[in-house]
Design a protein around this ligand. Structure first.
Ligand SMILES: [Zn+2]
Ligand SMILES: [Zn+2]
Length: 313
């Protein structure tokens, strides 16, 4: 897909996931060509993807990239960028708050996992199943991680001020949107239908910021999105919160909450797949706890206010 927004040529590049990460999935990278050649995000690193991205950029006459600007520090956005940085000499840039992921993704993954683990075991999950998930996660991350040479920013503007960043925390702390006129490239801050959050309150604020843009280009799936898609995403989160309030009405363990939120989830079949849902449920609970809707007593979570009252909602 090619389009022109405010004198800038935008090319969407769908970078496929290597097959072990699920066939059919991909990362949306975007080549912006105006006063500078900027690649927003990259994809997962693999021999095949290196050939693919090189061929794609060469064909576009953009192998002489100036900058690879990352929307956040997740592996599916930065790891092929680390290769590109080495090959092309372009600057690889990431928000300061996500820089730790580029320098040591394994310890980032461990930390992310450990936070969920304690809650999960206490909340009724089988420790051996979670242990298997841990091994898969950590070994997977260390195979794919290459040490990246990068620069950090808290906010930056590029290409003579025609491109700037907008902090969009919620998916990760250092998530940013890349703004070019009426378009924003938002990484995983918004994906059609749903996105993973670490801080839902911040995510609601970030979604609010996204609504003013005419073209919202996400890091995965359909692009571009529009305001209505962002509103649908907000509604999705609200219905998840309401589901948590419903299931915790008489008290529920974390496991019961996860099962209620993710009905199709087979806890025995794919252990590593349960970590993300567990983390999501914890994010929802933290949000509701901070807003005064639920509290933890012993091993269970209890809701004592049925209606949501956040100003965002
Ligand atoms: Zn992400
Ligand atoms: Zn992603």
């Amino acid at each position: 897909m090619n389009s022109i927004v405010d004198e800038m040529k935008i090319t969407q590049i769908k970078v496929p996931f290597p097959s072990e990460y699920g066939s059919g999935r991909s990362t949306n990278a975007y080549l912006l060509e105006g006063e500078a050649k900027i690649l927003v995000d990259s994809g997962l690193d693999s021999e095949e993807n290196r050939r693919f991205i090189r061929k794609t950029l060469e064909k576009a006459g953009a192998w002489d990239l100036d900058v690879i600007l990352l929307t956040h520090g997740h592996l599916d956005h930065f790891s092929l960028g680390a290769y590109l940085q080495q090959e092309t000499g372009a600057a690889l840039m990431v928000h300061e708050a996500d820089a730790g992921m580029l320098s040591d993704y394994s310890s980032h993954s461990s930390k992310w996992f450990e936070e969920a683990y304690e809650h999960a075991v206490e909340g009724g999950f089988d420790p051996s199943v979670l242990g298997e998930a841990r091994i898969k996660l950590i070994t997977g991350a260390s195979i794919l991680t290459r040490s990246a040479v990068y620069e950090t920013f808290t906010e930056t503007s590029l290409a003579g001020g025609t491109v700037r960043t907008l902090h969009l925390p919620g998916h990760t702390e250092g998530s940013v949107g890349v703004v070019a006129g009426e378009a924003v490239f938002c990484g995983d801050a918004a994906i059609e239908g749903s996105t993973a959050v670490t801080d839902l309150k911040e995510e609601f604020n970030s979604l609010e910021k996204l609504k003013v843009f005419k073209f919202i280009y996400p890091g995965h799936e359909r692009a571009p999105l529009a305001r209505a898609d962002i509103e649908a995403l907000e509604s999705h989160f609200v219905s998840r919160l309401e589901e948590v309030l419903r299931v915790t009405k008489g008290g529920a363990t974390l496991k019961e909450i996860v099962i209620s939120l993710y009905r199709g989830l087979d806890l025995a079949q794919a252990p590593y797949k349960i970590i993300l849902p567990i983390n999501q449920a914890i994010s929802y609970l933290k949000y509701l706890e901070a807003e005064g809707h639920v509290e933890k007593r012993g091993r269970g979570w209890y809701s004592f206010r049925e209606r949501l009252s956040s100003p965002v909602l």
